[in-house]
Design a protein around this ligand. Structure first.
Ligand code: FMN
Length: 366
């Protein structure tokens, strides 16, 4: 963090995406590069954004949208709008109050906050600050007892859903962050964990791979997921799914929902854009299976496009860090309000009164 953020919305913020530019002033350059960057050379970060610009929205006329709303029901929970706050680690990088301010903004805007395992605030404190909608994002730990302990804490703290992230067992460092000289500040730590250094303590034989036998040794497999599902009565969502065959197998395994995601381009550099694979995943899991999308959402029109291509709702990642760095809880709440209003404007102009009215026929592909 460059300076303590002040809780004033700068006048130049007119749309949600303006927070991206404003964050370049409120965050120190290395911290901003860490948040904005992806893995490797940012191919997938770029793909996520481009995928949205390949679609345009047909305006429709003379339709009555006066009874319109953005309510959505996801796995038996009703939300006033389809915008969730994606799990984002180390939020004290953006603001001294970190995840606590994000949780306050979630409460003020009736949004669901998904608290990261790698949160820089205690998951119990985040749960207290958040509103009624709070989910916990779980990373499998090397030892089952550590995973079980996290799960038990999340249950006790009142999180209603567990989102297991499956695509980040190994992450290539961001060239952009390294070139900017990024180092995680000493006071920004994963306070919910005993250790975050999964690959470090393993003893490797001379011909062992640092990847297969090292970093990937703790990566979850199908039996681990089955074990986890048997450990809790909470619904389990999975995050980081891009292949339709994986989506189908996960549905068959009994997960409550899927987050179509490439970790905002922070995992496999060269993975497809989340939006590009969404229609195929919707087609294979069927109309009624709960699907979220994240990756590249920067406007309400992006949300409309994601819903038109098969998502029930979306999660926003980087925008929350940008808004948090600019104006703390007020900034995050304002960013969500802007996104929601942008979505409502797009819906109205496209002649859609409810989210259910949004279909693929509303879009034109270049
Ligand atoms: C700084 C940063 C930290 C993140 N930390 C996590 C995390 O702890 N767990 C997780 O599942 N995803 C994490 N993500 C990925 C987000 O949940 C989400 O998938 C991604 O940011 C969506 O793309 P967007 O930033 O373009 O909205 C992180 C993303 C960023 C930018």
């Amino acid at each position: 963090m460059k300076t303590p953020a002040i809780s004033v919305i700068p006048p130049e913020i007119r749309c949600a995406q303006d927070y991206e530019l404003a964050a370049q002033r409120s965050m120190a350059a290395p911290g901003y590069a860490y948040v904005a960057g992806g893995s490797g050379r940012d191919l997938t970060v770029a793909a996520n954004l481009t995928a949205f610009s390949q679609w345009s929205v047909y305006p429709r006329v003379l339709r009555d949208v006066s009874g319109g709303h953005t309510r959505v029901t996801l796995a038996r929970q009703t939300f006033l709008h389809p915008i969730l706050l994606a799990p984002v680690a180390f939020q004290k990088l953006a603001h001294p109050a970190g995840e606590i301010d994000t949780a306050r903004a979630a409460r003020a805007t009736d949004s669901c906050m998904v608290c990261s395992t790698l949160s820089s605030s205690l998951l119990e404190d985040v749960a207290q600050a958040a509103g009624p909608h709070k989910w916990f994002q779980l990373y499998f730990q090397t030892k089952r007892e550590d995973t079980r302990a996290l799960l038990a804490r999340a249950e006790a703290a009142g999180y209603s859903t567990i989102v297991v992230t499956l695509d980040a067992s190994i992450q290539v460092a961001s060239a952009r962050a390294m070139e900017a000289g990024f180092r995680m500040p000493a006071d920004c730590v994963a306070v919910n964990l005993q250790t975050t250094n999964v690959g470090a303590s393993v003893e490797l034989a001379a011909d062992d791979s640092r990847i297969f036998q090292g970093l990937m040794r703790a990566a979850p497999t199908w039996p681990e997921l089955a074990w986890l599902m048997a450990e809790t009565s909470l619904p389990i969502w999975v995050k980081g799914i891009l292949h339709p065959d994986d989506a189908l197998a996960l549905k068959a395994a009994g997960v409550a929902g899927i987050v179509v995601s490439n970790h905002g381009g922070r995992s496999l550099d060269g993975a497809p854009a989340s939006l590009s694979v969404l229609p195929a995943i919707r087609a294979i899991v069927g109309d009624d299976f709960p699907l979220l999308l994240d990756g590249g959402i920067r406007s309400g029109t992006d949300i409309f496009k994601a819903l038109a291509l098969g998502a029930d709702a979306v999660m926003v990642g980087r925008l929350q860090m940008y808004a948090l760095s600019v104006a703390g809880a007020l900034g995050v709440a304002h960013m969500i309000k802007l996104l929601r209003e942008e979505l409502e404007i797009c819906m109205s102009q496209a002649g859609c009164a409810t989210l259910g009215d949004i279909g693929s026929g509303a879009l034109l592909c270049y």
